[in-house]
Design a protein around this ligand. Structure first.
Ligand SMILES: C[S@@+](CC[C@H](N)C(=O)[O-])C[C@H]1O[C@@H](n2cnc3c(N)ncnc32)[C@H](O)[C@@H]1O
Length: 366
């Protein structure tokens, strides 16, 4: 069965990568280039640029980008999902500008180096899951559809949610559900899961949804009681925030001067990380504010923020998924990085890791 995906913030995301004068809400105006230079740069990027789509999905953003790129440009697409990769492989067979990588976008730097690419002109990330993943009950992402409790984007590797829930401790479950789902009843949910699995293993989405609903005491308006727990488990099992942190660091290292980063987030944990990373790279001098340094000795901005864009009312009316989407855009300056890109990504504590799992036990999803 074919499931459709309607791309979110399609035109603004591709404009963000290609348009010389792109600017969302809160964009920093000052550029190192004058208008004519910026136009010439944009023209060269369109003709011969190297771009990355870290979240290929069902070709929505990639198709639009390719339709606007010249014949000598290149597009490297990543996805963890084998079904998305099958679609990407068909596209690459028809369009020689396209290279396909079946892996997490966290591996971007190494994967691009393997293809002889050291610098890129733009990278877009449309985070989270696609509609085909959500709509296909067999993938186990939806608390509304009965299916196996899987939730892996990459069904070829790593433990499923059912595997993890079978032997995680109450404390590990509580931490994951609280940190990644911001669920007030995380402890109660973790205890309910432990009590339930003591009699019968949790194998399906609806079994988990029912178990969670029994532990969540107050319902949020218009929200299923399992929404937060399902979000948390999905983020955890797919290492979504760790992947994002590594990708942001790689983007700072890979983007050529004038190159653009465009990230669409769907929840506050992701958006906060993107926002803080862009802010830290845009104002690295803030970290040195207390040191006795002259103006000329202060570290210079590595990016300038090109602001944020939200979906219009029209887009939201036609595609409910776009309601929570936030697109943030940044442009790399000419300042050399001087250190590891990870220095500009907010530090993150990974929940659910006991000292044993930190040392790499089999339970930690990869
Ligand atoms: C929201 S969809 C992207 C849709 C796409 N932009 C389109 O218009 O068709 C997210 C896609 O990214 C993939 N994905 C999410 N996180 C990923 C990661 N860390 N590495 C690689 N792929 C990822 C998912 O498997 C899914 O196919």
């Amino acid at each position: 069965m074919e499931f459709e995906h309607r791309p979110v913030l399609l035109a603004p995301t591709v404009d963000a990568l290609l348009q010389a004068d792109f600017g969302g809400k809160g964009a920093t105006r000052s550029s190192q280039l004058d208008d004519a230079q910026a136009e010439a740069h944009a023209h060269a990027r369109i003709q011969r640029g190297v771009f990355v789509d870290g979240t290929f999905g069902r070709v929505g953003h990639s198709r639009e980008l390719l339709s606007r790129l010249g014949p000598e440009a290149r597009l490297v697409v990543f996805d963890k999902d084998p079904q998305a990769i099958a679609v990407a492989t068909e596209l690459a067979a028809r369009d020689q500008r396209v290279t396909v990588v079946h892996d997490g976008f966290a591996t971007m730097r190494e994967a691009l180096a393997g293809h002889g690419i050291e610098h890129i002109d733009g990278v877009m990330l449309d985070l989270g899951v696609s509609s085909p993943q959500l709509d296909d009950a067999e993938r186990g992402f939806s608390f509304m559809r009965e299916g196996p409790l899987d939730m892996r984007m990459d069904t070829t590797r790593g433990p499923t949610v059912a595997d993890w829930l079978a032997d995680a401790s109450v404390d590990e479950m509580r931490e994951v559900i609280a940190d990644y789902g911001e669920e007030r009843f995380a402890f109660q949910v973790a205890k309910a899961i432990a009590a339930r699995r003591a009699t019968r293993p949790l194998r399906t989405t609806l079994e988990l949804a029912e178990c969670v609903a029994s532990a969540v005491r107050t319902r949020e308006k218009g929200q299923h009681p399992a929404t937060r727990t399902f979000q948390a488990l999905r983020i955890y099992i797919n290492r979504e925030l760790e992947e994002l942190a590594r990708a942001l660091a790689s983007a700072l290292e890979l983007l050529a001067p004038g190159g653009r980063l465009a990230v669409i987030s769907f929840h506050s944990l992701e958006d906060r990380m993107v926002k803080q990373c862009i802010a830290a790279a845009a104002r690295p001098a803030v970290a040195h504010a207390r040191l006795p340094l002259r103006e000329s000795e202060l570290p210079q901005p590595l990016v300038r923020s090109l602001g944020r864009v939200l979906a219009t009312d029209d887009e939201i009316a036609g595609n409910a998924r776009s309601r929570s989407a936030v697109l943030r855009v940044a442009e790399r300056t000419t300042t050399p990085l001087g250190s590891d890109g990870a220095a500009f990504v907010p530090a993150m504590r990974v929940p659910g890791e006991t000292p044993a799992t930190k040392r790499g036990s089999k339970r930690r999803p990869r």
